[in-house]
Structures are given as C-alpha cells and as structure tokens.
Ligand binder design. Structure first.
Ligand SMILES: Nc1ncnc2c1ncn2[C@@H]1O[C@H](COP(=O)(O)OP(=O)(O)OP(=O)(O)O)[C@@H](O)[C@H]1O
Ligand SMILES: [Mg+2]
Length: 433
C-alpha cells in the first residue's frame, strides 16, 4: 500500500480512503476529489444509484470500477451509466496511475472548455450566489472586480452568511478556476495536526507518521487555498503561514526539502480579528498580508429582501435532491420568515425550509409546517400567541384568553367563538383568572 501511495505521491495525486457510499458522498462535498476508484459490487446500494448520486454531487467527477469476477455485461452497464472505466482486479498500480492521469486530463479539458465559454460570453457566472438586495449586489460586484486579480482576500461575516460560497465563487471566476480549490478548516484540528494538514509531513516526523504526507499547500499549487476559521489558528502556526505568504515556500513537518508553491490565499472568519490582534491572539503582520481585499458578507437580517429569492432557490434544490414536489410557500409562512431575525443567517433559513418541506404533506409550505422557534418568536401584533417556554398550561390558557379578548376589543361572545368554547365557560375562566 505504501509503495502504491509513493507512486501516487510522485505524480502529486492525493489519496483518500473511505469505506461506505455515505462517506464517499460526504468526502466529495468537502474534498477536491477528481476520481473515485471503487469496487463494482457495492453492498447495500445499486451501482447505478451510486453513480447517479455522485454525479449529482459533483458532475465532473470520474469513476473507475474495479472488480473481481465481473462479467462483460457488468462493465457495459457501468459504462452506460456514466463510469469512466472498468478494470478486473488485480490491476497494476502503474496502470491505475495512468488511468487516473488520463481521467484528470479529461476533466481539465472540460473545465478549460467552461472557462473558455465564460470568457467568450464575457461574463462571470455568479448565479449560485442568490441576492438582489443592495448589500449583496455590492458583495457580488466586489467579487467580480477582484476575482481575476491575484490578490489575497479576507472574507468576514457572521456564521452561515455565505463566506465559503464567496470564496468558491472567487476561485471559480479566477484564472485559477481549472486548478484546485483546497479548503482547510483551521478550527477543526489541534496545532500539530493542522500544521501537518497544511504543510504535510515526512515519514517518521513524529510518532504515527508512518508514511510521508503531501500537505494542502502542495495540493493547492497553482490553485487557491481557502483557510477557513483563520481566527482559530495558534500564534506559532500563524508565524509559519506568514512565511509561506511572504516567501512562497515552506518545508514539510520534519523535512528539509524546501517546497515552492504558487498559491492564492483566501481566508475567512466569523471572529473580530482586530479584537484578536488587540488581545495578542492574532498577528497584525499576518492580518495585513491576508487582508489585501476585505469582503464583509452582511447578515441576513440586513438584507431581508433576499429571503423570498433564497427560499425559492432552496425549494428548487430540495425538490431536486430529495424528490419533493413543493411548488411554493404561502403568504403567511413567508411573512413569518420575513419577521424573524435569523441569527444563524442563510444556513438557518436553508434548514428551516428543508424542515418545512419535509413536514408539508401537500404542494405548499404553510405556516404550521415551519419550525416552532419561528412561530414562537413572532412579534405580538402578528397573528400568533407568544407564550414563554416556562409557562404552565394554566398560564398559557390565561395568555391565550387575554390575547383573544384584546383582539376582539373586549367582546366576549366573539372571543368565545374564536376560541371554540361557550360564552359561559369563557366568563367563568375570566373570573377565575
Ligand atoms: N447567497 C446565497 N445564495 C444561495 N445559498 C447561499 C447563499 N449564502 C449562503 N448560502 C448557503 O447557506 C449555507 C451556508 O453558507 P456558507 O457555508 O458559505 O456560510 P459560512 O459563512 O461559511 O458559514 P460558517 O461561518 O458557519 O462557516 C450553504 O449551504 C450555502 O450554500
Ligand atoms: Mg464556512
């Protein structure tokens, strides 16, 4: 295995090993995967379903099936379903490496074609970023004016505002679009692991470093590296990062060989870096290097005009992904979405739409299918009761009666009718209150 890995490394091919279809889907979503090598007879899932699903997640990924004792008709079926190639096990690593290189070449041609088409049309393809509000138009214009330039960009904004989406759209609208976009979540690893993730390590660099590892900076060569949650990086890793930014070279952990890279750096955080600088938790010189251009993604509460557009975008997405048949959302439900302040921003809205779509039995999202936190948080003047969680049933009843009487301007007969109880019952309850 190590020998095979060495061969792949020599050819600068990073390898991820997973053990289930679900892991393949998850990895595809977050890692820069070009090729999947996979056993033809998968347990628990039909090969055609598997192929369809991975093509939905990443249309340009290529799949090579390997199989022991497969028939010619299996191979023909797989190719018809869109597999790139099919090999009988055992297969020589050298042959595999060549197949992989060929598949990557095919992808690059595909990406170059798209790039060319975009240039011919003379426009950027920003359709994935939904937002017609003024603040989002400003962000989109800023992206389009800097994407083609080779500057580093710092993207800030609250959680769930779309920072990663902005980073991707910068990369995919830059001359580096056909080269890798590599993400590192700086908050997800402790210091040692993060350094080996970023810079790679040599065999034997530390206990457990059984084989040499190519780091993400190397994988991102000629492309873009996206340093997410940069505010979580420790000071000692910040110094090493600063050197790469200044000198464009580094060594793998435990190694002497100097590796030169040509990389564009995008960084993101939801923390206040100026405050971290004041607290001496973030280096000012690194901040200046990263913050050549600053993009602040506004919170959703400051661009509520975008909510209807985002909702219909998410409805389309989930209809496709989960095979739902929702046609829209009614006025009441939309008003509730517009009234809410969305502390979790676009991601929270996306989750709310998904939850409502799962519950709605018909073709329309109605208010009652929205998550309960949205219904409870509505302002008093809307058509909803506001009942704090700690209320007892009796207190809640009192609140509902009070609210209804307020609405009927004290008219008890009308209130009783609205509440679905008799006038006498209502009078008794008011007396007891
Ligand atoms: N303008 C937008 N149009 C369409 N989808 C969006 C938009 N903004 C964000 N999203 C969606 O919202 C979700 C959150 O976006 P993203 O991951 O880019 O946010 P983030 O700012 O990086 O969040 P965090 O700080 O939590 O990492 C994603 O599913 C993304 O596709
Ligand atoms: Mg993010």
């Amino acid at each position: 295995m190590e020998k095979d890995n060495q061969l792949f490394e020599k050819k600068k091919i990073g390898v991820y090993t997973v053990f289930s279809a679900r892991e393949v889907y998850e990895t595809l979503k977050i890692e820069p995967i070009n090729i999947i090598l996979c056993e033809y007879h998968l347990p628990k899932i039909k090969t055609s379903t598997f192929l369809k699903k991975i093509k939905t997640i990443k249309p340009d990924v290529e799949l090579v099936f390997l199989s022991e004792g497969a028939t010619l008709s299996n191979a023909i079926d797989a190719m018809k379903d869109g597999a790139y190639d099919f090999y009988e096990i055992p297969v020589k690593p050298r042959l595999l490496a060549t197949v992989i290189e060929k598949a990557i070449e095919k992808q690059l041609l595909f990406l170059e074609k798209i790039e060319l088409e975009k240039k011919v049309r003379g426009m950027f393809n920003f359709e994935d970023i939904h937002g017609r509000s003024k603040p989002m138009q400003y962000v989109i214009n800023l992206i389009s004016s800097i994407a083609q330039k080779n500057t580093n960009v710092l993207i800030t904004g609250e959680t769930g505002t779309g920072k990663e989406m902005v980073a991707k759209s910068i990369h995919y609208n830059s001359p580096r679009a056909s080269k890798p976009f590599i993400k590192v979540n700086c908050g997800a690893f402790n210091e040692g692991v993060l350094e080996s993730e970023i810079f790679g390590h040599e065999k034997g660099a530390f206990t457990g470093a059984i084989i040499k590892r190519v780091g993400r900076f190397e994988l991102a060569d000629e492309g873009t590296i996206f340093l997410d949650e940069i505010g979580d990086m420790t000071l000692s890793t910040q110094i090493k990062l600063l050197r790469v930014l200044q000198e464009k070279e580094f060594e793998r952990v435990g190694g002497n060989e100097t590796i030169k890279v040509n990389i564009r750096v995008l960084a993101a955080t939801n923390q206040d870096l100026n405050k971290l600088i004041e607290e001496k938790k973030f280096r000012q010189d690194l901040y200046y290097r990263l913050n050549i251009v600053h993009i602040e993604v506004p919170p959703l509460r400051d661009r509520k005009d975008d909510i209807p557009l985002l909702v219909s975008h998410f409805i389309n997405n989930f209809n496709e992904e989960k095979e739902y048949a929702i046609k829209g959302i009614n006025k009441n439900a939309m008003q509730i979405l517009l009234n809410y302040t969305w502390p979790g921003n676009v991601r929270e809205l996306e989750n709310a739409v998904e939850a409502a779509m799962a519950l709605a039995p018909g073709h329309v999202i109605e208010a009652k299918y929205l998550p309960s936190f949205l219904l409870l948080s509505q302002p008093q003047h809307a058509d909803f009761y506001q009942i704090p969680q700690h209320f007892t049933l009796q207190e809640a009843e009192k609140e509902i009666i009070r609210f209804t009487l307020e609405k009927t301007k004290g008219n008890k007969s009308k209130a009783a009718r609205l509440l679905g109880i008799g006038l006498r019952t209502l009078q008794r309850k008011v007396l007891c209150a």
